[in-house]
Ligand binder design. Structure first.
Ligand code: PLP
Length: 376
């Protein structure tokens, strides 16, 4: 199989598997228990927090483990706005559903939300953020990089705009974490969400970074775990796997990114020049190194994906949560595309292991299938 759906999830890396093993087997104690055996599990959680904080250039006290990107986003949005006592949120039309549906939940409870437009490359304009700010604005949430089209957003600039006005700034960095250097020390990001399974760690674990001085109320209520802010027995093995995967991702970021960028640009060039009426979605430069998203006019993504699957190629039409539904991607529509074009968008998210040979096979299969579907 040629796996080109790394934005949906990734294969567990060896480093994460090894780091998890002791806590799945012998060291299964509850980190809240007092005997030595359980304290080894507690030690693993704290050591993982320390490793992650070092990689991110922040303090361990600023990191809270969660059950993944979705929980981090819900916590940041829902508890974030509640903590400010204000009633207005600014976000964008191309956020992940974890953010958009948290916003919709808040709207039902009387908060108001401005969903900013993006330009044809998927960029949120800092000037538009500035214009949308009201006295009642308590929180701005803009993603670091988009999961469907890979566009990298100007979050440093936007965080400055928010910071200068005392507005909380959250960024969903689930796709950017471990792929791009994060501007944490140099910007005014208050809250940042990340998830392990996008960087070859395990599923169901993530983190929320909370800048020192920012204190969100708990979102999950119960025990005293995570310094009383996130109740629930820690998923020790997953946390250890997350830290190991992050170590690998940050250590290899530059070299891996270069390899991915080369293959990304190769795929984009061949697809958009060799397939008639095929164009790139998103920004050609300000783009995640592993994201290819093209629109093949007149070809629906669904049958294309099924035929690619039969040929051993796993890809996607957009976000995994949206695929399987008949709605066209809200992200592609926000770029100004027609519904028909939004149905014809194909996302290939690669990793550094994609060889030139496999890329060539992918291009020739897509060409052949697109040609077949157009003649149908
Ligand atoms: N935010 C973005 C941008 C994502 O791509 C995803 C995963 O698809 C999530 C949030 C949700 O993360 P998780 O799957 O860890 O809940």
């Amino acid at each position: 199989m040629i796996y080109l759906d790394n934005a949906a999830t990734t294969e567990l890396c060896e480093e994460a598997r090894e780091a998890m093993r002791p806590y799945l087997e012998e060291d299964y104690g509850n980190p809240s228990s007092i005997y030595l055996f359980a304290q080894r599990a507690k030690g693993a959680v704290e050591e993982s927090r320390r490793k992650l904080s070092e990689l991110m250039g922040v303090s361990p006290m600023e990191l809270y483990f969660t059950g993944g990107g979705t929980e981090s986003d819900n916590w940041a949005l829902i508890s974030g706005i509640e903590s400010t006592g204000k009633r207005h949120i600014i976000s964008s039309k191309i956020e992940h559903h974890a953010v958009l549906r948290s916003c919709a939940y808040l709207e039902k409870r009387g908060f108001s939300v401005t969903y900013l437009d993006v330009d044809e490359r998927g960029r949120v304009e800092p000037a538009a953020v500035l214009e949308a700010i009201r006295d009642e604005t308590g929180l701005i949430s803009i993603m670091s990089a988009n999961n469907e089209i890979g566009t990298i957003e100007p979050i440093s600039e936007i965080s400055e705009i928010a910071g200068e006005r005392g507005i909380l700034f959250h960024t969903d960095a689930v796709q950017a974490f471990g792929q791009l250097p994060l501007p944490l020390g140099k910007s005014r990001i208050d809250l940042l969400s990340a998830s392990a399974h996008k960087i070859r760690g395990p599923k169901g674990v993530g983190l929320l970074y909370m800048r020192r001085g920012v204190k969100l109320p708990p979102y999950l209520h119960g025990g005293e775990q995570e310094r009383g802010r996130r109740a629930g027995t820690e998923n020790v093995a997953a946390i250890a796997g997350f830290a190991a995967a992050a170590e690998r991702a940050f250590r290899t970021m530059k070299e891996r990114g270069e390899k991915e960028r080369r293959m990304r640009d190769y795929l984009i060039r061949r697809l958009t020049t060799e397939i008639p009426d095929c164009c790139l979605n998103g920004d050609p430069e300000e783009r995640l190194p592993n994201n290819v998203n093209v629109c093949i006019r007149g070809v629906e993504a669904e049958p294309l994906l099924l035929l690619l699957d039969q040929r051993g190629i796993a890809a996607s039409a957009g976000s995994a949560c949206a695929s399987g539904s008949l709605d066209p991607s809200h992200v592609i529509l926000a770029l100004g595309a027609s519904r028909e074009d939004a149905y014809g968008s194909l996302r290939l998210s690669l990793d550094e292991r994609l060889s030139r040979e496999d890329a060539d096979r992918v291009v020739s299969e897509i060409k052949r299938i697109a040609d077949y579907l157009r003649r149908e």
